[in-house]
Design a protein around this ligand. Structure first.
Ligand code: FAD
Ligand code: DLZ
Ligand code: SF4
Length: 512
């Protein structure tokens, strides 16, 4: 039987379930660059070039193994513009008797593919994506009957189940979590290591040209493109990280520094999300570095938790709660995203630096995403749809299944406490503690009111006051709410007015 096998742009793994029983003599693999996927959000130019280049390289890899690949380029004259359109075109000649695919990562496209399967008129098999460590079923079983879903407890189960960083049935070193050791501000005289950025190969250069020509008006610059677009390049990047960077990952995990986009981070989310690296393999290899005595436990545990814990957890939440998760707005946030999120034109040194690295590299590390741009959007009360759209548009690793629980859940608390137990709202003091941004900033991080004061300070108490009815009973916010109560009504009103003035100053206007 001749089978048409669909491989999507983020399904570039050798062991993809859709290819398991492929018969190279009669089957065809369909890969299609399409406008719908390139424009359903206006992805950063580097992300488009990355996806197209990685798809083209993967197609060549499959062809090299004798697989018959039907590859549709973005500017092919007959390109229908959608994945389902390309499936229909590929079936037109009646040569295939069935379609096999791996479930896709986003609800939006999953719905289109389900509708296609319904009306295809031939058998369509949608297989589970086995590139995750926890299956949907496994996550549902864990979540079932729990009133609260906390990443930490899910992560412990994943540790037990995989045996990673376990000493018998106990966590290696006696503790599950070494976070307390991973919150250091960058010490004076310490500079991040040189990083292995991958110079674009010929295929990537061609893809960059296509993107410039067809999507040159999308956000971001292509100049600094340094992403792996083949499994071999991703492997080189991972090897460099494990050897030269991982040992200090923990110490500086939460630190930020002006003009230092990479710090000690892995820079591997793009490759894992595309399928060029396998998450379980990455965890095992990080553990091996620890077992060989080449990296301390706090670094390795901290790194593994991001993948075995957070990455698996947010994926589980997305599929457990979608599609209604995508409409959640627990804090009734109703403001527009200020323009400087795109232009970078702001006197806030921290925000300007994060937007710059985002524009130049399609990357910002976790704390920059969470505690600078995310925290500011939370304090301003920007509508979650606008914030989600920004995060989807600007990062090379953005896919809704991972972006949305991080943005709507972790950063904005728009899910009311599914991903995190409290909002990560913080004043300028946090950014000052974890970075060198404030020294060079026009705003005064010690000052709480007036136009010269740090906007994070001006917004912080007003945020708590505005959301008093929704957040006051959150036990993790008991302390700040006690302080707010002690301020008395007149001061609370003044704080609310201060925050409102700041929202206006920063251009967070009400949505029409
Ligand atoms: P490292 O810091 O080296 O971490 C190692 C790996 O752990 C990452 O490559 C990633 O695969 C995984 N990881 C770390 N934190 C998380 C997390 N919170 N959730 C899921 N996986 C995690 N990550 C994405 O892959 N795509 C997104 O669209 C995305 N959007 C985000 C939006 C917001 C508001 C926030 C706060 C975080 C977001 N993250 C997203 C998570 C995280 O910021 C990135 O995975 C990380 O910065 C990628 O860089 P790295 O490879 O250097 O990560
Ligand atoms: C992200 C992306 C982009 C930009 N372009 C394509 C494409 O042209 N063809 C394709 O098959 N996949 C693309 N992708 C990845 C898909 O958007 C992704 O598979 C879904 O969003 C599910 O995660
Ligand atoms: Fe950011 Fe405020 Fe510090 Fe300026 S003073 S860098 S706005 S935290």
């Amino acid at each position: 039987m001749s089978v048409l096998r669909l491989v999507l742009g983020d399904q570039l793994s050798d062991d993809l379930s859709a290819l398991k029983d492929l018969n190279p003599d009669v089957d065809t693999v369909l890969m299609a660059e399409v406008r719908d996927e390139a424009t359903y959000v206006r992805h950063h130019q580097q992300k488009l070039a990355l996806v197209f280049a990685a798809m083209r390289n993967h197609a060549e890899r499959l062809k090299g193994r004798g697989v018959n690949v039907r590859y549709v380029r973005i500017d092919d004259a007959d390109n229908s513009g959608s994945i389902t359109g390309e499936l229909a075109r590929a079936l037109d000649d009646g040569a295939h008797e069935a379609v096999v695919m791996t479930e896709c990562g986003e609800w939006r496209l999953a719905e289109h593919l389900a509708a296609f399967a319904e009306g295809a008129g031939l058998p369509v098999e949608i297989r589970e994506d086995r590139r995750f460590i926890s299956s949907h079923d496994r996550f549902r079983r864990w979540a079932s009957g729990k009133s609260q879903l906390r990443m930490e407890f899910f992560y412990r189960e994943m540790r037990r189940e995989t045996g990673i960083l376990m000493d018998g049935d106990q966590p290696e070193g006696g503790r599950w979590n070494y976070d307390a050791e991973n919150r250091k501000k960058l010490a004076k005289g310490v500079t991040p290591p040189d990083r292995l950025l991958i110079p674009p190969n010929a295929v990537a250069r061609e893809a960059m040209g296509d993107v410039e020509r067809l999507f040159g008006d999308h956000f971001g610059s292509l100049d600094g493109f340094g992403w792996a677009t083949t499994a071999e390049e991703a492997e080189a990047s991972l090897k460099h990280f494990l050897k030269d960077v991982l040992p200090s990952f923990g110490d500086w995990q939460d630190a930020m520094a002006e003009g230092q986009p990479w710090m000690w981070h892995g820079l591997i989310s793009t490759s894992i999300n595309l399928g060029l690296l396998d998450p379980l393999d990455v965890c095992k290899r990080a553990e091996a570095v620890y077992r060989a005595g080449k990296a301390p436990l706090n670094a390795v545990e901290g790194f593994i938790r991001q993948i075995l814990g957070w990455r698996e957890f947010v994926r589980g939440i997305y599929w457990l709660k979608a599609p209604e998760y995508r409409a959640r707005n627990f804090l009734d946030a109703d403001r527009k995203l200020p323009w400087f999120y795109w232009s970078g034109e702001t006197d806030m040194a921290c925000v300007a630096d994060v937007v710059k690295t985002t524009r130049d590299n399609a990357y910002a590390h976790h704390i920059q995403r969470l505690m600078v741009t995310g925290n500011l959007a939370l304090l301003l009360g920007v509508h979650p749809d606008q914030v989600d759209d920004w995060y989807m548009c600007v990062y090379a690793d953005a896919y809704e299944w991972v972006e949305m629980p991080n943005t709507r859940g972790m950063a904005l608390f728009a899910d009311g406490g599914i991903v995190g137990s409290k909002p990560y709202a913080a004043s300028g003091a946090y950014i000052d503690r974890m970075s060198d941004y404030c020294g060079a900033c026009r705003y005064d991080v010690k000052s709480k009111s007036g136009d010269a004061a740090c906007p994070f300070n001006r917004l912080y108490w007003g945020f708590l006051e505005r959301n008093r009815g929704r957040l006051r009973d959150n036990v993790r916010l008991a302390m700040p709410y006690r302080t707010l109560e002690k301020f008395g009504e007149a001061k609370r009103k003044a704080l609310a007015a201060e925050a409102e003035a700041c929202r206006t100053l920063l251009g967070a206007a009400p949505m029409e």
